[in-house]
Design a protein around this ligand. Structure first.
Ligand code: IVH
Length: 718
């Protein structure tokens, strides 16, 4: 019976199996806990447990009083624990026009060098508009499934995934011991329409689009609800694999198909950009007839060894690109323009629109970017929309692509009301009243209120708790505003540290949070739990959460890797002396040079960090926060047996087996840094034919010099 998929079980079979599972799991619990001699692996145990949950989700009326899922102290498998992906789940770069595709193909050839035109195969696959999912099998048994999350960690949705019948619970004999299949969970358009009809009949709120419905269906803490939604799956990628069953992308898809996964029938393989583009147009024509939403076509280098050589940029692979379908447009009326004040004081104009459906989604707001955009001017002062400005009352064309914020792309001048006047962008902050100024060469106008501007403070806290920073669930926009404006000392949250003292302050207070409308005991306890779970935090998240200008996720990660611990980072920054501006001979002190030698940290970013730490108030806020929170040491994930780890390498002369870019990327992959010039800090020079001054300088300094072939030998490739 174990071989029957959960959704194929009859009522009687399910009943029988739940009885067997209860007995079996009780037996294994006993072995494990009391006798300390487990007979099955953790993975096999989890699989039994998950099967139990999945069957119960399908037949709630069969849940036994002695069900293993009800046991006190049983591990909460069904909950949304966090799963750290064995390999990060990355996103893709986008191509919008044919030329971008030509560029992509060209860049692959350039990076790899030496390969004759037309010799590299690419796959073209529809880009499914659903949710990406990583499904892990150990010894052929499904043991966990996780959403993409921030790419590094996702939510554990195993129980919910087990309710999807298209996803096998077991793989055939002989598969590698660890397999992670990745792909897209989606809802068919027809199932979406049917579900919405049902919801409407029951007088319930209907859903916006299949993607959001699929997301909502998966996010159900109760897998019973997920089980009633018809979710589907396409496999197209993988994470950790203990062995590779194929050496091409199309080969892998074939393997997934043989293992029982649905794969997309419109996937094909080509050799030139023109062929890829033709396939894209063909899929574009098919698009309306498909029963699932797609938002583009993904092109991937077919050979996996070439994929490895091409490697990754910070967030996306060099060997793939998503060719997006054009955005959808609609016309509506601009009712008003609101100004939002961001965390760095930036004033952003937001269009309030007469609600309109664009590509199946109701849009009420759109971004207007900045002051000049409204006037019809681009970033460099060039004319946009032939100089047409945007006025309140105008009929505007809005555009929406995927999940990005809709934008206003044009105005229908002929429909402009006669009394419409040009929009006057405010020169004061609408929240705190401080002057709002625009610096020379900047597109944004900023509030100068800094620390007194409550909008900035609220946005800073919102950023601090956001998904890729501290990721504290239960502190959404409304809650942050509530806590920020709370007068009572036992409720107010003005700085990040206050978040972590809230529970303690509440204990001694009569103003109980749980009695305040919109909270309640369960949600308050959940909130405390979410907060306490972040008292230890990855250094990169910590740094990102501080909201220092120019220190986004990627730079935060780079800084965390470079300094490894918070104390080293802080000490270095406090010791940093930036060069005097305008003095070309001043190179700053050693700490400055170290900081600016971190990849991606140029002088603008470095200066923003130093200035952040020079502000006394920031140091106070940080000290209070550090009394509550411990940033963890950043683990550096590079090939640990790399012989060049931590070294600075210079490639010079002409290289014959790889392009300069590939050499650089390869050095980074092996934990080294490549530099353009030879200095005392250089550890190794890889010299090809025709090397000149760099080679002689290296000889002068007594630095080790090797050939390209010796380089490959050294790192053990080829
Ligand atoms: S490949 C390392 N292939 O698009 C690259 N992604 O923008 C892994 N997606 O997060 C992704 N269809 O959710 C790939 N055929 C396809 C896809 C696909 C949809 C989604 C996926 C990914 C996002 C990237």
């Amino acid at each position: 019976m174990r071989d029957i998929a959960v959704d194929q079980l009859t009522f009687l079979q399910a009943k029988e199996e739940l009885t067997a599972l209860a007995a079996e799991l009780a037996y294994h619990d006993e072995r494990y806990h009391r006798e300390d001699s487990p007979e099955i692996s953790d993975a096999e145990y989890d699989a039994l447990k998950l099967r139990n949950i999945a069957i119960e989700a399908r037949f709630p009326e069969l849940i036994r009083s002695d069900s293993p899922s009800r046991k006190v102290g049983a591990s909460p498998l069904a909950g949304f624990g966090q799963v750290t992906h064995a390999r990060p789940m990355l996103s893709l770069d986008n191509a919008f026009i044919d030329m971008d595709v030509q560029d992509f193909v060209g860049s692959v050839y350039r990076f790899l060098g030496q390969l004759p035109n037309g010799s590299i195969a690419f796959t073209a696959e529809p880009k499914i508009d659903g949710l990406s999912m990583s499904i892990r099998y150990e010894n052929g048994i499904l043991v966990s499934a996780a959403t993409r999350g921030d790419g590094t960690t996702g939510e554990n949705v195993t129980a919910n995934i087990l309710t999807i019948n298209e996803i096998p619970e077991r793989l055939p004999e002989g598969v590698p011991s660890v397999v992670e299949v990745r792909g897209e969970v989606y809802m068919a358009k027809s199932d979406f329409l049917q579900l919405n009809e049902q919801m409407a009949l029951e007088g319930k709120q209907t859903y916006v689009n299949p993607r959001n419905t699929a997301a909502g269906s998966l996010r159900q803490l109760d897998a019973k609800v997920t089980a009633t939604r018809k979710l589907k799956f396409f496999a197209y990628s993988w994470g950790e694999m203990s062995g590779m069953p194929a050496d091409t992308q199309h080969g892998m898809i074939e393997v997934f198909k043989n293992w029982g996964f649905p794969v997309n029938p419109l996937t094909a393989r080509f050799f030139t950009a023109d062929e890829l583009i033709a396939h894209y147009h063909m899929i574009g024509i098919e698009r309306p007839t498909l029963d699932y939403d797609i938002d583009g076509v993904v092109y991937k280098v077919d050979r996996l060894d070439l994929q490895t050589r091409l490697g990754f940029r910070s967030r996306s692979p060099r060997w793939a690109i998503a060719h997006k379908f054009p955005a959808e447009q609609a016309t509506t009326i601009l009712r008003d323009i609101d100004i939002q004040v961001g965390r760095t004081g930036a004033l952003t104009p937001v269009a309030r629109l007469e609600p309109i459906t664009v590509g199946g989604v109701v849009v009420t707001n759109a971004t207007l970017h900045n002051e000049d955009y409204i006037k019809g001017l681009g970033l460099k002062g060039e004319l946009l929309r032939e100089g047409r400005d945007i006025r309140i009352g105008d009929t505007v064309i809005i555009q929406r692509a995927g999940d990005v914020i809709p934008q206003i792309v044009d105005v229908l001048i002929e429909k402009r009301p006669s009394d419409a006047t040009a929009y006057q962008f405010p020169d004061h902050c609408p929240v705190c009243g401080s002057h709002a100024v625009r610096e020379e060469g900047e597109a944004v106008r900023r509030c100068t209120g800094g620390l007194i501007c409550s909008a900035q403070a609220v946005e800073r806290i919102r950023h601090f708790v956001s998904r890729n920073a501290f990721d504290i669930e239960g502190l959404g926009e409304k809650q942050v505003e509530f806590f920020f404006n709370a007068e009572d000392d036992a409720l107010s949250i003005r700085t990040p540290a206050d978040i972590f003292t809230l529970e303690e302050r509440q204990k001694h207070s009569l103003t109980k949070l749980e009695n305040i409308e919109g909270f309640g005991k369960t949600s308050v306890n959940k909130l405390y739990k979410a907060i306490n779970a972040r008292r230890e935090i990855a250094l990169s998240r910590f740094l990102y959460g501080l909201g220092i200008r120019h220190v986004g996720e990627v730079n935060a990660k780079r800084l965390a890797r470079a300094y490894a611990t918070y104390s080293k980072f802080e000490e270095a920054i406090l010791n940093t002396i930036a060069p005097l501006s305008g003095d070309r001979t001043d190179k700053g002190n050693e700490a400055w040079q170290e900081l600016t030698s971190v990849e991606g940290i140029g002088s603008i970013v470095a200066l923003a960090i130093v200035e952040f730490y020079q502000e006394e108030h920031n140091r106070e806020v940080l000290a209070m926060l550090l009394a509550q929170v411990t940033p963890l040491e950043e683990k550096i994930e590079t090939a640990s047996d790399s012989p060049v780890i931590g070294q600075t390498i210079v490639f010079t002369g002409s290289l014959e087996k790889m392009s300069r870019d590939e050499a650089k990327a390869m050095a980074e992959r092996f934990g080294a840094k490549s530099s353009g010039s030879v200095s005392k800090k250089t550890n190794l020079v890889v010299a090809g034919p025709g090397a000149g001054s760099k080679l002689s300088k290296a000889q002068e300094l007594g630095i080790k010099i090797i050939t390209e072939d010796e380089w490959f030998e050294l790192i053990g490739e080829k």
